[in-house]
Design a protein around this ligand. Structure first.
Ligand code: G3I
Length: 303
C-alpha cells in the first residue's frame, strides 16, 4: 500500500499518530491525518489536568473532538493516560490520605473509561511509573508515596472492571534497551502480573530516540515482553533529525515481532512535535513527506 496505515493494516497492525484537538481546523494537518493513519492518540486531551481539572468535574470536550472524528473515519483510538504523575492537578497531588487517593484514582479511571467505552481500544492505564537509572524501582509520586508499589496493580484492576473490552497497557520511556535496569524492572512487574492474573494486556514503548535511533536490542526487548503473553506497541515514536536508518530499524523491530500490534508516531509534522527543534517526525513543517516517511513505509513492505 502507499500509505502508512493501509500498509500496517496488511499485517493486521495500525500505524497511528498523536493528535492535538487544536489542530483539527488545519486542513494540511487533517489531510495527512486522514490519508496516512488508522489510529490516533490524543496528545494531551485525556490527561488528568484537562479531563478532571477539579474533583468530580469532568471535561471530555477536547478529547471527544478527537475521538468522535477518529471513530467517524474508522481510525482506532489509544487512550492516554489515566494515571500519571505529570500533568496532574494540584488537588490530586496534594492529597495526603491514602484512602482518599485510592477513591479518587479509581473514580477517575472508572468515569473516564466509562465515557469512552467501546471507542478506545487500548488505554495507557499507568504511564511512566518507573524511575530512570537506579535498579528498576518505581519513581516517587503521590500514588507511589501514599499507596506504595501496589498502586499500579490497583489501577489495572479498576480499569479491567470499568471496561473489560479495552486493552490495558503499561506505558513508559527508556525501556527499549533490554539491558537497562528500568527495562528489567518493568519486565519483572509484567511477569509478576501475568503470574498472579493481574489484568494487563500490553506494554507501550514510547520510543523517544536520539539520532542513533533504537538500541541494538530493541527487537529483543519487544520479543521478550511479548513472550510474557502481552501485546507490545510502539506508542510515541520520534527520532532526533529523523534518520532513515533509525526509522527503518524502529519499524522493522515491530514488524519482526508478531505481538507488536502497532506503531504510533508522536505527531504529524516536525512543527507539531513537543521537540520540534529536533525535526524528529515523518513530515516537514509544510506537511511534505521526509525521507524518513519512505523509510517507515518501505520497512513495512509498502511502496
Ligand atoms: O493548554 C495549555 C495552554 O492553555 C497554555 O496557554 C500553554 C502555555 O502554558 O500550555 C498549554 O498546555 C501545554 C500542553 O502541552 C498543550 O500544548 C503544556 O504547557 C505542556 O506542558 C504540554 O506538553 C505536553 C507534554 O506531554 C506534557 O504533558 C506535550 O504537548 C506532549 O507532546 C507530551 O507528551 C508526553 C506524553 O504525554 C508522555 N510521554 C512523553 C511525551 C513527551 O513529553
Amino acid at each position: 500500500a502507499s500509505t502508512l496505515g493501509a500498509q500496517a493494516a496488511q499485517s493486521g497492525r495500525y500505524f497511528g499518530t498523536a493528535v492535538a484537538a487544536g489542530k483539527l481546523g488545519d486542513g494540511t494537518y487533517t489531510t495527512i491525518l486522514d490519508r496516512e493513519f488508522n489510529s490516533v492518540t490524543p496528545e494531551n486531551e485525556m490527561k488528568w489536568d484537562t479531563i478532571e481539572r477539579s474533583r468530580g468535574s469532568f471535561n471530555f470536550g477536547p478529547a471527544d473532538q478527537i475521538v468522535n472524528r477518529a471513530t467517524a473515519r474508522g481510525q482506532r483510538v489509544r487512550g492516554h493516560t489515566l494515571v500519571w504523575h505529570s500533568q496532574l492537578p494540584s488537588w490530586v497531588s496534594s492529597i495526603t490520605d491514602a484512602n482518599t487517593l485510592r477513591s479518587v484514582m479509581n473514580n477517575h479511571i472508572t468515569t473516564v473509561m466509562n465515557h469512552y467505552k467501546g471507542k478506545v481500544f487500548a488505554w495507557d492505564v499507568v504511564n511512566e511509573a518507573f524511575a530512570d537509572g537506579g535498579s528498576g524501582q518505581h519513581r516517587p509520586s503521590v500514588f507511589q508515596n501514599l499507596l506504595g508499589d501496589g498502586f499500579i496493580e490497583e489501577a489495572f484492576r479498576s480499569a479491567r472492571a470499568a471496561d473489560a473490552g479495552a486493552k490495558l497497557c503499561y506505558n513508559d520511556y527508556n525501556i527499549e534497551d533490554w539491558n537497562a535496569a528500568k527495562t528489567q524492572g518493568v519486565y519483572r512487574m509484567v511477569r509478576d502480573f501475568k503470574a498472579r492474573g493481574v489484568p494487563i494486556d500490553c506494554v507501550g514503548f514510547q520510543a523517544h530516540f536520539g539520532t542513533g535511533g533504537p538500541p541494538a536490542g530493541f527487537q529483543t526487548t519487544l520479543s521478550n515482553f511479548a513472550a510474557l503473553g502481552v501485546d507490545v506497541q510502539i506508542t510515541e515514536l520520534d527520532i532526533a533529525q529523523a534518520p532513515t536508518t533509525a526509522y527503518t530499524n524502529s519499524v522493522r523491530a515491530c514488524m519482526n515481532v508478531a505481538r507488536c500490534t502497532g506503531i504510533t508516531v508522536w505527531g504529524i509534522r516536525d512543527s507539531d512535535s513537543w521537540r520540534a527543534g529536533e525535526n524528529p517526525l515523518l513530515f516537514d513543517r509544510n506537511g511534505a513527506k521526509k525521507p524518513a516517511y519512505n523509510a517507515a513505509l518501505t520497512a513495512m513492505g509498502g511502496t
